[in-house]
Design a protein around this ligand. Structure first.
Ligand SMILES: [Mg+2]
Length: 370
């Protein structure tokens, strides 16, 4: 094993402004997201980048200030360690701080970026190889009126998306049902639809929504808040059930499959702890033939690159796509290697590591460790 050392860790803050209308889910409405970028510098001249960007403070148990505080707690312990021995570095993070997987994910991502650059391989090749050179993306349509949702759905179909997500919840159920009915009037047959309530429905509402739309073919994603609620509705709904916010780690993923609750997953890379944990989730989903998406709650080019690499190693027939925030964001981190959606698909970055080189001048430097 080549002996290189972590010499510096820099933490940055950056506001990802949303262009156009705010991004609206059942939980919140946001105009800008507070993201955290980590740069790990080594004595070999190679640096790696990681990122974590919670979707505001109420989407899940994660928030931007918490991410930066957790990183500052862990960073001093990692100076002098060999980043190629990523398992040892992650174990050191566990010794330094309990929980906070979303913050640990930013370190994990930066380690994989360094490993890829050190061995001159893109991340997907380190993970066993991309199964295709581009991955399907999906677009999430915010909470809105039936007419506006239908208009956007037609627009996105025309742009080439094969998978679309419609946000529901947080309002009168009749409005959600009207949205779904209107959307299916204009939906092309090949388009896969996911209804995502982001935990907002009661068990009774979830069952009513599914049963009143039993003639329509869609996937129901995280309709209720807790895993227990999802177990209770499972036998009474007519649609496949995907876990998102509840899928916090590999043990929940395994349990929900073995208990027959989850038919698939909307996975979030930083929620489970980064690339290392996510590869484990992908292996479990492959073993059990469960579809999954490779997403994150939000993030810039670094997160988009990570999700795309991970999405490329998923068996195509089990891939539910890769969501990235690029369509909503005005300024990329790396103008030459922006991770973009073209005709509903994202090219897998081909440069070593993540394949993006952020311009740190765009960010606000908050702390450094050496
Ligand atoms: Mg979701």
């Amino acid at each position: 094993m080549k002996n290189i050392k972590i010499t510096e860790i820099h933490i940055y803050q950056h506001d990802l402004d949303i262009k156009g209308k705010p991004y609206k889910t059942s939980l919140s409405e946001v105009n800008s997201l507070d993201t955290t970028i980590v740069k790990i510098v080594t004595d070999s001249g190679i640096s790696g980048f990681g990122e974590v960007c919670p979707l505001g403070p109420v989407y899940q148990e994660a928030h931007a200030l918490g991410a930066r505080a957790a990183l500052a707690e862990m960073a001093p312990h990692l100076i002098g360690m060999n980043p190629l021995q990523y398992g040892k570095v992650l174990a050191k993070c566990e010794q330094a701080l309990m929980g906070h997987n979303y913050a640990k994910a930013a370190i994990d991502i930066a380690l994989w970026d360094i490993i890829g650059k050190q061995f001159n391989l893109p991340l997907c090749e380190l993970l066993g190889g991309a199964k295709r050179d581009k991955v399907p993306s999906y677009y999430a349509i915010s909470i809105d009126s039936p007419e506006e949702v239908a208009r956007l759905l037609v627009e996105k179909q025309k742009q080439g998306y094969q998978k679309l997500q419609i946000k529901v919840g947080g309002r009168d159920l009749a409005e959600d049902i009207a949205v779904v009915r209107k959307a299916f009037e204009v939906k092309e047959p090949a388009i896969e639809i996911v209804l995502d309530a982001n935990r907002a429905l009661t068990t009774a509402e979830a069952i009513r929504l599914s049963q009143s739309c039993r003639d329509l073919d869609f996937i129901l994603e995280q309709p209720c808040d807790s895993y227990e609620e999802l177990t209770k509705i499972k036998a009474n709904i007519c649609h496949p059930l995907y876990l998102d916010e509840c899928a916090t780690d590999i043990t929940v993923v395994s349990r929900s499959i073995s208990e027959g609750v989850a038919d698939g997953f909307g996975m979030k890379v930083t929620r489970v702890g980064g690339v290392s944990a996510m590869r484990c989730v992908i292996d479990v989903c492959h073993a059990h033939q469960k579809p999954l998406s490779c997403d994150d709650s939000w993030g810039g080019d670094i997160i988009a690159a990570v999700c795309t690499h991970l999405g490329s190693i998923v068996e195509p027939r089990l891939s539910r796509g890769v969501w990235i925030a690029a369509p909503y964001i005005s300024q990329p981190y790396d103008s030459e290697n922006t991770v973009q959606i073209n005709d509903g698909w994202i090219d897998v970055p081909s440069a070593p590591g993540l394949g993006v080189s952020p311009d740190t001048h765009l960010f606000n430097h908050t702390q450094s460790f050496s």
